[in-house]
Write a protein that binds this ligand. Structure first.
Ligand SMILES: Cc1cc2nc3c(=O)[nH]c(=O)nc-3n(C[C@H](O)[C@H](O)[C@H](O)COP(=O)(O)O)c2cc1C
Length: 422
């Protein structure tokens, strides 16, 4: 995997750089961190050092115990000049967060710290992720500095709009989610590890809404986080990803094709159209099992009373798997309550014709729906594997590893069949 140099400057969003360092390390990259003096007022070097397993670099005059090497790489015999060595060894250099002050220095070519000297000396792809108050971001000086950096081929990861650190303030200036920062970083890494290059992956996410009248619906609590995490993880492996998003308010990852739907009938229709060209289907959405048999054309009034008749919706997963081809891999998700979940997941596996069921125990309110974490059991025809509580990003990677193993297993048995046939 790649050698990533992460520069952290002084802003409130520096805490997000810790998560970015963690995600990049979990993704298998060797990470070195460079901090400005001001960054040290917001987060501690010890946290970065614990996460990436290498000393943080702060001053160009300090001795680097690793002599500019990245974790996992051998150290040189000689003692090189620190800022030049890390800059020469990295595959990409990302400054996140990039403060207004640091952007001004980078645009002007300052070389007064480890961060600025190594940035100046770096010939690998360089990225900056500005994060600051919206007025600081919109200021003519900051915008001119960003324009200068862009002109010089430095990628600028635009900040998000939303709630800002200072109380009650909203605007553009938020550092994007670390998952998105890592995606942007990985997109510039040379010949990154893309084992799913050429694979088309269809992911469904979110929960459907079945209308009762023009303003009310039957819905569920699925946020779409698990589906989005799967889409991100598949795209990171190089897959061509289509996401069918049912009422998902979260932003889809860059590079993923997104189709929005509302009802289970719409989800079924879009999935039917997309499925034939997909190699892998990850059915993480929670489509409703029932819908109103009749939808009122005008808003129902309380004093008229309500006698709601429900009818079952289409079984989307079973319908798709009935039309599957040999080389398609189908993953279903089962939200089960309490004991007997594994047995019900096994029954679902065969009834729905899926290759893998990801079982979610929804009796624990601290995981699953709407939560950033999950704990699941992977159930396939020959095994059941509990995956302990972890972030949905980590769970997504475990699921994709299993999909890769299932596909590899099927391909090798197909090869064996071909060789043994006369
Ligand atoms: C509480 C606090 C929060 C700050 N947040 C930011 C910020 O989000 N973005 C920014 O550009 N500057 C922010 N600053 C100002 C920088 O810390 C300051 O400009 C510093 O000199 C930046 O140094 P550096 O670019 O060398 O890291 C903040 C300052 C304080 C005191």
């Amino acid at each position: 995997m790649a050698r990533v140099l992460l520069g952290v400057s002084g802003g409130i969003a520096a805490y997000k750089a810790l998560e970015l360092a963690r995600l990049a390390t979990v993704a298998g990259h060797g990470v070195r961190v460079v901090m400005t003096e001001a960054a040290g007022r917001f987060v501690g070097a010890a946290s970065f050092e614990g996460i990436v397993g290498a000393p943080v670099l702060k001053s160009e005059f300090e001795h680097d115990p690793l002599r500019g090497a990245f974790p996992g790489d051998p150290q040189p015999q000689h003692d090189p000049i620190g800022h030049l060595e890390v800059a020469a060894n990295c595959d990409a250099y990302l400054i996140a967060p990039a403060s207004a002050n640091t952007l001004a220095k980078l645009a002007s070519g300052f070389a007064d710290s480890m961060l600025t000297t190594s940035f100046l000396a770096c010939t690998a792809p360089r990225l900056v992720a500005p994060a600051m108050n919206d007025r600081m971001y919109a200021s003519a000086a900051t915008q001119a500095n960003l324009a200068t950096l862009k002109e010089r081929g430095i990628a600028v990861i635009e900040p998000d709009e939303g709630r800002l650190a200072s109380r009650g303030e909203f605007g553009r200036g938020r550092l994007p989610d670390p998952v998105r920062l890592l995606e942007r970083l990985e997109a510039v890494l040379p010949g990154g590890d893309r084992p799913w290059d050429g694979l088309r992956v269809l992911v469904t996410a979110g929960g459907t809404r079945e209308p009762i009248d023009p303003v009310r619906f039957l819905g569920n609590r699925s946020s779409g986080r698990m589906g989005l995490a799967l889409a991100v993880a598949a795209a990171r492996r190089g897959a061509d990803v289509t996401l069918i998003a049912a009422n998902v308010t979260l932003q889809a990852p860059a590079g993923v094709r997104r189709i929005d739907v509302e009802t289970s009938a719409q989800l079924a229709e879009v999935a039917r159209a997309q499925f034939p060209s997909a190699h892998v289907l990850l059915m993480a959405a929670a489509p409703a099992d029932f819908r109103a048999a009749e939808v009122a054309s005008a808003k129902l009034r309380r004093y008229d009373g309500l006698d709601l008749h429900l009818e079952p919706t289409e079984d989307i997963l079973a319908g798709l798997s009935a039309a599957r081809s040999e080389d398609q891999t189908i993953v279903g998700f089962a939200a089960e309550h309490g004991e007997g979940g594994v047995e019900r997941a096994k029954e679902k596996l065969s009834r729905k014709g899926a290759d893998l069921i990801v079982l979610n125990d929804v009796s624990d309110p601290s995981i699953g729906f709407e939560s950033a974490d999950n704990a699941v059991t992977l159930v396939d025809s020959s095994s059941e594997t509990p995956v302990p509580r972890a972030s949905k990003d980590e769970i997504a990677d475990v699921i994709l590893d299993r999909v890769a193993a299932l596909r590899e297993g099927r391909q090798s048995s197909q090869r064996a069949d071909t060789q043994s046939s006369p």
